[in-house]
Design a protein around this ligand. Structure first.
Ligand SMILES: [Zn+2]
Ligand SMILES: [Zn+2]
Length: 86
């Protein structure tokens, strides 16, 4: 018995095909592969940062108050694609 990594279903399997089985079916295998690909793409391509429009200070979390450097609140959401450049 093993548990499908995608749908979590308990599956019986024979010793012969146990080696690389972590999904209950090819459908689950493909869906899991596609989801993993989608997730890693969005992680890398849409890193969201916040940038102070006045002094250029950057931070990862959404600012809840004025910039601690210039005390402005001109925050802008910035999308970084691929590598970070700061
Ligand atoms: Zn499955
Ligand atoms: Zn600032």
């Amino acid at each position: 018995m093993f548990v499908c990594e995608y749908c979590g279903r308990d599956v019986e399997y024979s010793i012969a095909e146990s080696a690389l089985r972590i999904y209950c079916s090819n459908a689950c295998k493909q869906k899991a592969y596609r989801e993993r690909k989608k997730r890693s793409n969005s992680d890398f391509d849409n890193v969201l940062m916040w940038k102070c429009g006045d002094c250029g200070q950057k931070q990862f979390v959404e600012p809840s108050s004025a910039c601690e450097f210039c005390h402005g609140d001109n925050w802008q959401a910035v999308k970084l694609s691929g590598r970070a450049d700061f």
